[in-house]
Design a protein around this ligand. Structure first.
Ligand SMILES: [Zn+2]
Length: 303
């Protein structure tokens, strides 16, 4: 299985359009050691020919163009056999609306994520112009489903990753266990296992079980500390209020990740305020000391 990181930043990207924090200013002006990053999405393939996207970011067009295996190979063609949504946040779904050029697409999502995106959404009609324009495939929790057209290729299991409702649905519906999921993707030929948990609110026995046998783990790298936004004067909510487990500190996710037996631990969905974005920061060194790494756009891993 090949995993290609198309985008590694949290919602807003890095730099974020309305942010003048030291990281965003520094990456714009080239005065810090850091690379810009687009919003989180990865492409996965068992054979290098047929691809699956995890999440459809607002920068999907640029991301598809950035990686030539995702280019069309015929006058009308798309080598992407399916798009998996980990939740209904707009930084994971908005890209779907950019795929409106009359091409059939297949989307894997929980019922909660599907309903949250399609119900009452007038813009979604652009993907309902002909029968079969979007085929939704249900992601059940804890059951393996085949991904893509080739049943022998990849199997996917979604696990509840307790989080929160997408911002635009808060106060409009009750939270449910399908609102946010982590994924285990298994290559049925090689047995390689990828765990993909880009939004994790905190430790849980289910998380332990899902990560136990993974060869490679992609994990929530949104915030270094609980009060990162508050300390920077950028917001009032703590990391936990946004359902993200901060990396730093003795109770942080970094010591937890260090204890996994996976051979690679990759932090993704990194918020633009996070000091791990700076290649020479102390926090980046702590990531390395924990045997982990920070995802960047264009990173590729084979497993
Ligand atoms: Zn910023």
């Amino acid at each position: 299985m090949i995993v290609r990181v198309l985008g590694s930043a949290a919602g807003g990207g890095f730099p974020q359009w309305n942010c003048g924090c030291p990281n965003c200013r520094g990456v714009r002006t080239g005065t810090i050691k850091a690379k810009p990053r687009t919003q989180e999405s990865v492409a996965i393939s068992a054979d290098g020919a047929s691809w699956i996207l995890i999440n459809a970011s607002p920068e999907i067009r640029q991301q598809l163009e950035s990686f030539d295996p995702l280019w069309p190979r015929e006058p009308r063609h798309w080598p992407v056999a399916g798009i998996v949504l980990t939740n209904g946040d707009l930084d994971h779904c908005l890209g779907l609306l950019s795929l409106r050029e009359s091409h059939p697409i297949v989307v894997y999502a929980t019922q909660a994520t599907r309903d949250g995106f399609t119900e009452g959404n007038a813009l979604y009609r652009t993907l309902e112009r002909f029968p079969g324009q979007v085929t939704w495939r249900a992601l059940g929790l804890g059951e393996e489903t085949s991904l893509g057209n080739d049943g022998a290729g990849l199997g996917i299991t979604a696990w509840p990753a307790p989080g929160k409702l997408p911002l635009h649905l808060e106060r409009h519906r009750e939270p449910s266990s399908g609102d946010s999921v982590g994924l285990v993707i298994r290559d049925r030929r090689t047995g390689g296992r990828l765990a993909y948990f880009s939004g994790v609110a905190g430790p849980s026995p289910q998380l332990d079980a899902a990560l136990a046998d993974a060869d490679v783990v992609f994990f929530d790298g949104t915030f270094w500390s609980s009060d990162e936004l508050i300390a920077a004067g950028l917001g009032t909510r703590r990391a936990e209020d946004m359902a993200h487990w901060p990396l730093g500190g003795t109770q942080g996710s970094l010591p937890y990740l260090a204890g996994l037996k996976a051979r690679r631990r990759v932090l993704i969905h990194v918020n633009n305020t996070n000091p791990i974005l700076r290649d020479d920061s102390d926090e980046r060194q702590s990531v390395a000391n924990a045997g982990a790494e920070v995802a960047e756009d264009g990173m590729e891993i084979a497993l």
